[in-house]
Write a protein that binds this ligand. Structure first.
Ligand code: NAD
Length: 486
């Protein structure tokens, strides 16, 4: 199932064992180019029969993957990074065409995706257990770390290649095989990724790609042969998955949403903080770590605002193919409508004062039906209001003035989420004090939105369970077995 884009073909296929299938057994879904609203391809949709076949293929491939051994698994994963790098132009173009995110925003994502693969290639020959303290009766005990077996990978659409690379290489390095269900909104990058796996010599059946909808996801979640699920997506979906996996006590790793905060102290480098906030626009606010709440100390509030507003006003919204574009459209027409009505409600109910944006931007005529929303800033936002609490998943910031550090930290922590936060100060004591008190899986000082493959990334509270990245990300895909020899 394919259609031409500006520079590469958008191909959606299913990869099940050694078969590359051009059509799914469920009805295909039209794919809309977010920048124009025009149909630019068809997503092949797997039916449950095909998901069943993918799970069977993953199960059959387990001994094959195991027999290769850790060193060879490492080498195949390294080759995968090489193939993806070689096909980089295709990945950038296809990922941009299927999400509407500016193409230039995929250059660093491609590099980072390859870094994630290489990091986990390096872990493939470093899976080791422990020896426990000898017991009094002389029993020898040791702990093996073993793969789960078949792992279900269910992901969302907002960074298709990186999402795949943050999960699959770690699962494979641990010795598992995978059934991947990408979002129905972004089936094209995963198709190419599946082909890159085959090209790299990863045996057929080790990575199976079944694009599909909620039904396909649910089938994976409730299947007895799928021993663990790693999921990136929304809170409501995660809760539904927990319910449907409950009867099988299915283990989950969940990477969910957030309501991240910048905390700008009086001694902060205001230019740096404002620049980092403006760079958050590259995904049009559709990033889980998006720092949508800007807590700014009263002493520098006006100075920071005066730096930030021109930078946000200068964000170039428009053609994702244009190298000067810094923000594209939202993913779907429904997302655009949702964000615009959120803004309208916030304006009408006075949770904050609109300082910038708030509507549809003016774009070239050919993008008039695209799903664009202006970069938007509200000021003097009430921390407890929907603007201060809800994950908007659009280009909307709320500025919140603070004077007292303790009250501000309380407010930062007073959302259901706990994914990431960003402290801006030149004082190390402030930095350490605040980092210790905020409740989130990551906190960066004088920085923003990073994805270091060597460090665990995950959420507190309703932002998730478990981690991706670093050794913790590997351990997500391993379970322990204690062996005792009397
Ligand atoms: P979603 O939850 O609607 O969909 C995610 C995936 O789940 C899709 O593949 C979908 O088809 C599948 N799915 C839907 N219903 C299912 C069911 N009942 N059983 C199994 N699978 C099902 O995704 P969304 O809400 O559009 O994604 C955006 C969310 O993802 C945001 O909240 C964002 O913050 C979060 N996210 C988190 C991270 C992270 O690393 N923490 C990264 C990116 C996005």
């Amino acid at each position: 199932m394919s259609a031409a884009t500006a520079s590469h073909e958008l191909v959606s296929e299913l990869i099940i064992g050694d078969q590359v299938l051009a059509a799914g057994s469920a009805d295909p879904l039209p794919h809309y180019y977010a920048a124009t609203g025009e149909v630019n391809g068809q997503a092949a949709m797997a039916g449950t029969d095909q998901v069943e076949a993918a799970i069977a293929a993953a199960k059959a491939a387990l001994p094959v993957w195991e027999a290769l051994g850790p060193v060879e698994r490492r080498e195949r994963l390294r080759r995968l990074a090489d193939v993806i790098e070689r096909w980089g132009d295709r990945f950038e173009s296809i990922s941009s065409a299927e999400t509407g995110i500016p193409r230039q925003g995929f250059i660093w994502r491609l590099r980072l995706s390859c870094e994630w693969i290489r990091t986990y290639a390096g872990y493939a020959d470093k899976v080791h257990g422990d020896i426990t303290a000898s017991s009094d009766d002389g029993t020898i005990e040791y702990v093996r770390r073993e793969p789960y077996g078949v792992v279900g990978i269910i992901i969302t659409w907002n960074s298709p290649l990186l999402s795949l690379c943050m999960k699959i290489p770690a699962a494979l390095a641990a010795g598992n095989t995978v059934v991947v269900k990408p979002s129905e909104l972004t089936p094209f990058t995963p198709t190419l990724f599946g082909k890159a796996c085959l090209e790299a010599g990863i045996p057929a059946g080790v990575v199976n790609i079944v694009s599909g909808g909620a039904e396909a996801g649910e089938y994976i979640t409730t299947h007895r042969d799928v021993e663990k699920i790693s999921f990136t997506g929304g809170l409501r979906t995660a809760a539904a998955m927990m319910r449907s996996g409950a009867a099988l006590i299915k283990p989950f790793c969940f990477e969910l949403g957030g309501k991240s905060a910048y905390m700008v102290f009086p001694d902060a480098d205001l230019d740096l903080a404002a620049t980092l906030v403006s760079k958050e626009m590259s995904n049009a606010g559709q990033s889980c770590k998006f720092g949508s709440r800007l807590f700014v100390h009263d002493a520098v509030y006006t100075a920071f605002r005066d730096r930030l507003l021109p930078k946000i006003a200068a964000v170039r919204v428009g053609d994702p193919e244009d190298e000067h574009t810094t923000m594209g459209p939202l993913i779907t027409s429904a997302a655009q409508q949702r964000v615009l009505s959120f803004i309208e409600n916030a304006r009408d109910s006075g949770y904050g004062t609109l300082a910038l944006g708030g509507g549809k931007p003016s774009v070239e005529a050919r993008f008039a039906d695209g799903y664009f929303v202006e970069p938007t800033i509200f000021e003097d936002v009430e921390p407890g209001s929907p603007l201060g609490q809800d994950e908007i998943f659009g280009p909307v910031f709320g500025m919140i003035r603070f004077t007292d550090e303790a009250t501000m930290i309380e407010q930062v922590n007073a959302t259901p989420f706990g994914l990431a936060n960003y402290v801006h100060t030149r004082d190390l004591r402030t930095a350490h004090r605040v980092c210790a008190q905020v409740k989130s899986g990551t906190v960066y000082v004088n920085d923003a939105n990073r994805r270091n493959p060597g460090a665990p990334f995950g959420g507190f509270r309703r932002s998730g369970i478990g981690s991706e990245g670093g050794r913790e990300g590997l351990l997500e895909f391993l379970r322990t077995k204690t062996v005792g020899i009397a």
